[in-house]
Design a protein around this ligand. Structure first.
Ligand SMILES: Cc1cc2nc3c(=O)[nH]c(=O)nc-3n(C[C@H](O)[C@H](O)[C@H](O)COP(=O)(O)O)c2cc1C
Length: 215
């Protein structure tokens, strides 16, 4: 069993990356082969609307025709049993990098028909791990949940099972005293990081374990 995780944030050792690594640890504790791919290391753009993936008799029908660093990644995904996406929230949404990745990944498999068909050949488990500076209450107030729901709908429609993990009020700087950030109480942030983040890590680990139970 192969589980792939995609870090849609630029930092390789912080909140998002840590939770993705924990999820992969959970999957590998059950014998899965795992790989973490950092999207910021790859060169690619979002969908260019060429529609080669939708054109009748096109050799790229159901596939992304663009050739770049995502081409071998899409091959790996076709062979995978589960994919876990992770992203920090930037200006109320997932990062541009993961958004571009999702356009290229999802759109070719999405059929413009009334049955909402998917051209992805099997059902696999998918998950999205979100990390963000705001607290849980603000998710609803700021409308982040409707954005999360859309990601869920698309991933479910194309690939199958879906679950999400939301890590809020994350620790953002190595030392709050070095940055202009009076909106935050550094002690409360440190306490939250000490008490809640390990729980989120545990949840990520369990998510990875569940991933090996393919439905
Ligand atoms: C450019 C930028 C924009 C951000 N915008 C938001 C935001 O709109 N809402 C939020 O809750 N956090 C926001 N944050 C905070 C990050 O989402 C949060 O610190 C996240 O956990 C960072 O993930 P990382 O530690 O994996 O880099 C922003 C951070 C950056 C760098």
């Amino acid at each position: 069993m192969k589980i792939l995780a995609f870090n849609g944030g630029p930092r390789k050792t912080w909140n998002t990356a840590t939770l993705l690594k924990k999820a992969l640890e959970g999957a590998s504790s059950k014998g899965a082969e795992t790989e973490l791919i950092n999207l910021y290391d790859l060169n690619y753009k979002g969908c260019i609307s060429c529609f080669a993936c939708k054109k009748i008799d096109s050799k790229s029908y159901g596939k992304c025709a663009l050739k770049d660093d995502l081409t071998p990644i899409f091959k790996k995904i076709e062979e995978a049993d589960g994919i876990i996406l992770g992203s920090p929230i930037y200006l109320g949404s997932v990062t541009g990098e993961i958004r571009s990745f999702m356009e290229r990944l999802i759109f070719p498999y999405l059929v413009y028909d009334s049955e909402h068909s998917s051209l992805f050949k099997k059902k696999i488990n998918t998950a999205f791990i979100y990390t963000m500076g705001v607290n849980e209450k603000s998710i609803d107030i700021l409308g982040y949940d409707s954005h999360f729901k859309l990601n869920e709908l698309f991933l479910q429609r194309i690939f199958g099972n879906f679950e999400s993990l939301i890590s809020t009020d994350t620790y953002q700087f190595d030392d709050y005293s070095k940055y202009v950030s009076s909106a935050f109480d550094p002690d409360k942030k440190a306490q939250r990081h000490k008490e809640q983040f390990p729980i989120d890590c545990e949840k990520a680990f369990e998510l990875g374990v569940r991933f090996t139970d393919l439905k």
